[in-house]
Ligand binder design. Sequence first.
Ligand SMILES: Nc1ncnc2c1ncn2[C@@H]1O[C@H](COP(=O)(O)OP(=O)(O)OP(=O)(O)O)[C@@H](O)[C@H]1O
Ligand SMILES: NC(=O)c1ccc[n+]([C@@H]2O[C@H](CO)[C@@H](O)[C@H]2O)c1
Length: 226
Amino acid sequence: RKTPLISISISILTDTMTNGGKSTLSKSLQQQIPNSCIIAQDSYFKDDSEIPTDSHGFKQYDMLSALHMDKMVNVVNSWRRDPETFLRQKGLKPASEIVSGSEEVYVLIVEGFLIFNYRPLNELFDRRFFIEIPYDVCKKRRSLRVYDPPDPPGYFDRYVWPMYLIHRKEMEGSVSGIAILDGQKTKEELLAAVYEDVHQYVTRLKGNFRKNVSHCMRFLPQLDIE
Ligand SMILES: Nc1ncnc2c1ncn2[C@@H]1O[C@H](COP(=O)(O)OP(=O)(O)OP(=O)(O)O)[C@@H](O)[C@H]1O
Ligand SMILES: NC(=O)c1ccc[n+]([C@@H]2O[C@H](CO)[C@@H](O)[C@H]2O)c1
């Protein structure tokens, strides 16, 4: 295969409170960005039999210990080592569809509801977005969804929302550089905002790369090359 002159891998995190719209946004982004793929935190929930129940009888799903975070980090790292092979092996794109050439850009989109709170994952990313919606919108959207197992009565108010508030506070205290997005904007507006940010970031990276290459070329004649 052709060796790329520039191979840029960037990773984006979209985190939200539950039902903020991260799956919707991530899927649209993936469709718009060539050579991109999604890793979703929801795929790493432990089996229901491993999830403890609290004193109110609520299953403790909204915490890091309910997830196989180590496995998730391993998968992100395997993308970082070789994004092209990652895409091929996952069958996410047939070889013919992988855009290959002098400038290759690979984008990983990681989406989840508890990502910024897990340092080994959070620190691997280039761009960070958090989508927020108010309590009543969140409650309404969640009531329209069916999880497996389904939310028992009172689960949102007595478990999901209080856990969100705890995690949000923890996130604000420990992570910087997060762009907060208003999840009540339309899906198109959210997509346009994130797409534009990623586009500008990639353009900047390419510019820096070219500058470094031309800087090295200028010094080449002084090198002692046999
Ligand atoms: N910008 C938006 N405006 C209005 N509704 C939206 C928007 N984005 C997503 N939705 C709706 O909100 C619901 C939740 O969206 P989505 O599944 O993308 O959220 P999520 O954050 O991934 O949720 P989860 O808690 O399951 O991880 C869906 O019914 C979706 O159609
Ligand atoms: N995917 C699951 O196994 C599962 C089971 C029960 C509840 N949930 C909820 O998913 C949300 C994150 O997307 C969390 O708020 C969980 O409560 C997920």
